[in-house]
Design a protein around this ligand. Structure first.
Ligand SMILES: [Zn+2]
Length: 192
């Protein structure tokens, strides 16, 4: 697992999308997951099939690959929350995101199938999180032995993935216009 990127900390603030985990209570996380996945689905439905499957750069996922990743994050984190509540510090499987994208053919996924699966994943994740007992948020899970995180972090991390990758896809399909008048380009769009 030497090539695994480290997990973000409990109180991570993303330097790119500015989301601060310390500001996110569970209700806010659920709202962000719902809003982001709804906006992502709406955005994908407006994009040509060619744009949907075009990687902006060879090392950057296409919109359809990002959306498959968000779906799998929600499925994976629902399981992680479920285990964190029921088991004593369970050891998590890494997602191996790039391997998963290749192995399961993200790039060729049909849009109608993807949108149905994304919606079901968001619903299931939300239902699972709403079922967490009030005294379980500080229970812990582990990935590497030194990477221990709370159930609360799992929910914040999943919400961040949705928000962050919506911005990635938005930037990919709606690139900022050229700076015709010398004005600064707006910051990375958040999608609404
Ligand atoms: Zn971010």
């Amino acid at each position: 697992m030497s090539d695994l990127p480290p997990l973000f900390g409990e109180d991570h603030t993303c330097p790119t999308c500015r989301l601060a985990y310390a500001d996110l209570d569970v209700d806010r996380c659920l709202a962000l997951v719902g809003e982001s996945t709804t906006a992502l689905a709406a955005l994908l439905a407006t994009v040509s099939d060619e744009a949907l499957r075009r990687r902006p750069r060879p090392e950057v996922w296409s919109p359809v690959e990002y959306a498959c990743h968000v779906r799998d994050v929600l499925l994976t984190f629902a399981v992680r929350v479920h285990r964190g509540v029921r088991e004593v510090r369970p050891v998590l499987d890494p997602m191996y995101a790039d391997w998963r994208a290749e192995r399961f053919g993200y790039a060729a996924t049909r849009l109608d199938v993807l949108l149905a699966e994304l919606s079901a994943a968001a619903q299931g994740f939300g239902d699972e999180v709403r079922s967490v007992p009030g005294d379980a948020w500080d229970r812990t899970v582990a990935r590497r032995p030194e990477e221990v995180r709370t159930v609360r972090w799992l929910v914040r991390q999943a919400a961040h993935e949705c928000v962050h990758h919506l911005a990635d896809v938005t930037a990919s399909v709606r690139p900022a216009p050229p700076r015709t008048w010398g004005a600064a380009a707006p910051p990375s769009p958040e999608g609404s």
